[in-house]
Design a protein around this ligand. Sequence first.
Ligand code: T4K
Length: 397
Amino acid sequence: MKASDFALFGAKPKFASPVPVGQLYFPSWERYEAAFRGIFERQYYNNNGPLHEELEARLRAFLGVRHAILVTNATLGLMMTADALGLFGKVILPSFTFVASAQSLTWAGLKPVFCDIDPDTHQIDIDALAALIDDDVSAIMGVNLWGGSCNPHALAELAQAHGVRLYFDSAHAFGCEVGGQRIGGFGQAEVFSFHATKILNATEGGCICTNDDEVAARLRAIRPSYGTEVPVPVLRVANARMSEAQAAVALMSLEDFPANRQNNELLYRRYEAHLAAIPGLRLVRPTGVTLSNYQYMVCAVDSEVFGLSRDMLTGLLRAENVVARRYFYPGVHRCIPYAEQLSETEARLPNTDSACATSVQFPIGARVSPDAVDRICEIIGAAHKHAAEIRSRHDKT
Ligand code: T4K
């Protein structure tokens, strides 16, 4: 490829339609039709229906947990978990996460305290975290990023030493294993997202896992809007039910999980082989796990070495219909309303700010073929090769 072959400068995009990030695995139409015919025949749409109950049972078995409580999405799941764990005051979490992690605390009337990350793994920096614990902190929210893990054993030790609760935003980590144990049973609770962009897909959905019967009873009492299923007192109730339609899609997705995970890994390895040869790109691998879902392909761009900034690279790829994304941008501490405390947070989050400025997610999942990976990497390689010319043409436009 020459510089003039880039769509950014008027050439035809290399992909005829957008190649998205996001898993987006769909079951075959026949399976989808059969599952929905069942719902139609039973005339039962919602409220602990048979598919809902089957999915909870299958998830308990798959994840090896006592309770798997289905919810409308992970955001609501995190909000409910904060209440069910009886949190108060401050909760420590990384700022390098989706804004929902922090928003769940704000909804529960808690103060998020943002902690920096390890620059290599993007997971929470455990030494920095230890320094943030004081008497007002009631919990740590670990976030298992990028199909990797934030070290639940070290966090559990720290939480226990300080007498605070520990739970996890595991939106990215369905099906991943730490030391051979599936993520889901660590801490007091873990919350998964079953959004369409995730490997376990309910179109929209989520699940809270816990091995604590009391926490589970409180969660089940909070979940419906019309009162408690289990007679335990709770602060307030929500409506976070999962419908039969969502459960039907999730059941098919769970069945397909091994094949979809394997497909992700194949694509990941293909990216890895190509990108290793391109200077200035560092793969942020899913670390801390013995098995990853390979749900994300994340790189850090060193603009000096690569020749283009992360934003120039994403712009160039988007023109080719490769919808690379700069997750997470900006860091949550820079989002409303947390930016109001920027003078307090900014100085202690240098690795977060750096990751926000340099990270890029390349497409991986159902809508990406091995051939597409080859072509995407060819574009990225050519972008590096012609970086100087691209920069100078870009500056003139
Ligand atoms: N914690 C963490 C660490 C999270 O990452 C998230 C969510 C949460 C908590 C909260 O989980 P949920 O409450 O959502 O269950 C996506 C997802 O909406 C969100 O679930 C996810 N993380 C976040 C990181 O990304 P967007 O705004 O980037 O998605 P969107 O709509 O731009 O879709 C991505 C690409 O996929 C686009 O190119 C369009 C394409 N697409 C998307 C959907 C949904 C399709 O082609 N078909 C589709 O059905 O948020």
